[in-house]
Write a protein that binds this ligand. Structure first.
Ligand code: 26Q
Length: 839
């Protein structure tokens, strides 16, 4: 059929077929008649890209013509996943490409899975950035993302078959040509490290920074199409490379190794994504990444701003910069440096510009995740920036009283030394540390958390003194959101089609206004609709079952209840609670007589998630791989137990990714979001599961609370202690510990069973079990019984299938609030003050 296409035989979309064939011949330089699925993917991608480029150009031209205020989303992580299917959907050419590809002898489905995920992120924070780019383009807002073009994304996870250990392998996602990026080898900036900062004018505080190492930042642009609009935004990713190819002097002197050393160190900056979330490490290379990226991004923004020929004092009227957590906080300092040292803006004026430009989102309240950088390291790597940080803190010679931060604190709260030290950007100690979160708060116009409860905790626990100092209005909440394009239409096309048919409105209407899903409520009692809804869920479960069978070679019963927990492994997310619950269920079924067993709800439990690679420095993180081992070994035993395996089976799916989530989420009956209350800032997969008609088992935490508010308490399965109890319980664990046997005999029995060795391990699990028996920081012992009760409620509810389906429909119908379109509109209006640009 390739030959037919070459002869110009008409297909359903002759233009598209021609363009695909053309790319095979010219861009890939391959012969069309022996092209494989991967080649066909590449050619289709290049053909789609041609359309994106046209739209991208018109959009950027219009931005230049209209000079609207722009917003920039600075994130060290963009967890994009695959692009082809998203681009096809957003451009509205999915059916055309599908039919053209099939006329060429290919199936779109087979082509789509050829693409490697772009996995430039760890988890929630990175995926949120990707959803926000999709929504910004869809809302026709002038928003650009800025990030790093890591050569290696998040590591690939392998699970060793014999003992369940996690192995990490590099993710060489750029080994093949990446059709989705446009290298801009002409868009480059020099970024300096080390060297000397010479103050040359004590009166203005200006300085010259010179010497050290200079590295080149090269731009790669990723096109971000909006859904149902021509507007196509940009995600600019920086790659580092040496300013000069190599050191010719050493080379000529015969020292070849030395001559490439500095060029290697330049290239190292963007070589790999740091795989730790929720632990700040203080490694020099990470700091280098942060500065390299913020410096290049700001230089780029400034160059664009200068084209407008406006006075620099108006910078904040044309630019808003969103800081995705504290990772880009150096941008605050860098903009000060540019304004004061290079643009010769007086210090106070510069500070006014800066504090009107930046906005800061906090994503966690866990103390170990709060970034701090040691003063000596900063002094070494970024001497000028350290000066500026100290000047922001206090510099009597150059700062007038109004912006003298510590002095104005002292004035407001005279004599309160403790408050002063809590507010300070510098933490005393050996060495002294710069608190990046405090710097981000001080340097930003507004600060927000990512769900109501979390934003409350940000104000009450994390920054109470700043709230007192600045007043409440500087602090706000923007509840996270997810894009319904990827997380419903793309990953669950059957459900999307059923919704469109039922609502009797066009897909492109409800996909842009997710509140329209409420229209489904009118059909909740329609038994034919219920049946079709259930059929879609079942079909998605079959799809997952097939996937697992191909991957692990094990057959799964798709009529069982599918129970899913997929997320990064972390103590606070309590995968351990889940696996201990599974063991409890196993022991229970095992203890039943064969005829009694027939009454239990059949269940398949799925886990997936990566653990930060073990680091001996942090004792805690070594327990996470142990949790995986426990899950894998429990799975081995219970899946092989003929007494129980019809009723309960368990899988750990390796190498969790965006693409794997797209298969798992539509197939869930329940999903678990069971963090210790007050620890999960928001969670976003909870929204994805509910949007796809899965019910939620969760704690009263993060966005779970707002989901329950929308769908009603009777449609979620809540359990566990509330946030205010947690502190008291921890105090109790430390000073008045109660043995597990007393607190929860059921849990004690489970722990002892694991210790007894029936899941193997030869005692390896003891350190993990002991964190539950003693200390129990994440209060598993206090929540276990109530967790088990919640799961019993699930069994009971699932037994009435019609009621269950109604719950599922009601849940999905009420997810309007959690569209990232709503979240982005919040940011655009309440924070950035930007407006949409029509082409
Ligand atoms: C910090 C310093 C050094 C190295 C790494 C890091 C680092 C990297 C990533 C710290 C934190 C992260 C990621 C945090 C994260 O993903 N937070 C999640 O953000 C989601 C989006 O707002 C929320 O839904 C989740 O609740 C929150 O855990």
């Amino acid at each position: 059929s390739w030959k037919a296409a070459l002869r110009g035989v008409t297909t359903e979309s002759p233009e598209i077929s021609k363009s695909i064939v053309n790319h095979v011949q010219t861009s890939l330089a391959r012969a069309p008649y022996n092209i494989d699925d991967f080649g066909a993917y590449q050619a289709a991608a290049l053909s789609v890209r041609d359309n994106l480029i046209v739209n991208w150009n018109s959009t950027q031209l219009e931005y230049s013509r209209k000079s609207p205020k722009r917003a920039y989303y600075l994130s060290l992580e963009f967890l994009m996943g695959r692009t082809l299917s998203n681009a096809l959907l957003n451009l509205g050419v999915l059916d055309n490409y599908s039919s053209s590809l099939s006329s060429l002898g290919f199936s779109l489905e087979d082509i789509l899975v050829q693409e490697r995920d772009a996995a430039l992120g760890n988890g929630g924070l990175g995926r949120l950035a990707a959803c926000y780019l999709d929504s910004s383009a869809t809302q026709e807002l002038p928003v650009w993302g800025y990030g790093l073009r890591y050569k290696y994304g998040i590591f690939q996870q392998l699970i060793k078959a014999d003992d369940g250990t996690q192995l990490e392998a590099p993710d060489p996602w750029l080994d093949h040509q990446n059709p989705w990026e446009l290298p801009r080898l002409d868009v480059t900036y020099e970024v300096r490290f080390y060297g000397n900062a010479q103050r040359w004018d004590e009166g203005t505080g200006r300085a010259t920074w010179s010497g050290g190492q200079e590295v080149l930042a090269v731009a790669y642009d990723v096109m971000i199409p909006g859904y149902g609009t021509k507007n196509t935004n940009n995600l600019r990713l920086w790659e580092s490379k040496p300013k000069r190819g190599f050191d010719l002097q050493s080379f000529n002197a015969g020292n070849y190794e030395r001559s490439v050393e500095s060029s290697n160190s330049a290239a190292a900056i963007t070589s790999v994504l740091y795989p730790n979330d929720h632990t700040s490490f203080g490694k020099e290379l990470r700091l280098k990444q942060q500065y390299f990226w913020t410096a290049a991004s700001l230089a780029d923004m400034l160059r664009r701003f200068k084209h407008l020929e406006k006075p620099i004092s108006q910078f904040a009227e044309y630019n808003a910069i969103q800081l995705n957590d504290t990772h880009p906080t150096l941008a605050i300092v860098e903009l000060m440096r540019i304004l004061v040292d290079e643009e010769e803006v007086p210090w106070d004026g510069a500070w006014t510009i800066v504090t009107n430009t930046f906005f800061f989102t906090n994503h966690t309240v866990l103390p170990e995740a709060l970034e701090k950088w040691s003063v000596p390291l900063l002094e070494h790597l970024l001497p000028r920036h350290l000066q500026i940080i100290f000047d922001i803190v206090s510099h009597p010679a150059i700062i007038r009283e109004s912006s003298l931060f510590l002095q104005s604190v002292e004035k407001k709260f005279p004599g309160d030394r403790e408050k002063l030290s809590r507010l300070s950007l510098i933490e005393e100690g050996f060495p002294k540390q710069v608190r990046m979160a405090n710097l981000a708060v001080v340097g930003s116009r507004r600060v927000n958390g990512v769900a109501e409860l979390h934003s409350d905790l940000v104000q009450k626990n994390l920054f109470p003194d700043f709230v007192e100092f600045y007043g409440k209005s500087k602090f706000g909440n923007v509840t996270n959101g997810i894009t319904p394009r990827r997380w419903l239409d793309q990953c669950n096309p059957s459900l999307s089609a059923l919704i469109t048919e039922t609502l009797k409105i066009e897909r492109n209407v409800w996909l842009k206004d997710l509140y329209k899903l409420e229209g489904l409520l009118a059909h909740v009692n329609d038994s034919e609709f219920q049946a079709r809804w259930a059929a879609v869920k079942h079909q998605n479960k079959e799809r997952l079952a097939l996937f697992v069978e191909r991957q692990l070679g094990i057959k799964i019963d798709a009529s069982a209840l599918f129970d899913v927990q997929i997320k990064r492994l972390h103590e606070y997310k309590r995968q351990t609670l889940n696996i201990l619950g599974v063991i409890h269920r196993y022991l229970l079924i095992k203890s039943l007589k064969p005829e009694e067993r027939k009454k239990v709800v059949k269940k398949v439990v799925f886990f997936a998630g990566k653990a930060a690679p073990a680091c001996t420095l942090f004792k805690m993180s070594t327990l996470l791989p142990l949790t995986i081992r426990l899950i894998v070994n429990v799975a081995r035993v219970i899946n092989a137990d003929p007494d129980t395996n019809q009723y309960l089976s368990l899988f750990f799916l390796p190498d969790y990714s965006v693409s794997l989530a797209e298969i798992l989420i539509p197939a869930s009956d329940i999903s678990q979001h069971i963090s210790t209350a007050g620890t999960e800032a928001s969670g976003t997969s909870n929204m994805k599961f509910c949007l796809n008609g899965g019910l939620l088992v969760g704690t009263v935490d993060g966005a779970n609370i707002e989901i329950a508010e929308e769908v009603g308490e009777d449609n979620v399965f809540f359990f566990g202690h509330l946030t205010p109890d947690v502190e008291d319980l921890r105090y109790q664990h430390t000073y008045h510990p109660i043995p597990v046997e007393e607190k929860s005999p059921a849990l004690a029995h489970v722990l002892n069973t694991v210790s007894s060795g029936i899941f193997g391990g030869d005692g390896v699990y003891e350190p993990l079990l002991n964190t539950v028996r003693q200390g129990d920081f994440y209060i598993l012992t206090d929540d276990f019984d109530s967790y088990i009760r919640a799961l019993e409620m699930v069994d009971e509810a699932y037994s009435d299938r019609t009621e269950w389906i109604k719950k599922s429909i009601r849940t999905s119908a009420k997810m309007g609030k959690f569209s990232s379109d709503r979240a982005i509109q919040d940011y655009a209006q309440e924070y950035w003050n930007i407006e949409s640009v029509k082409l």
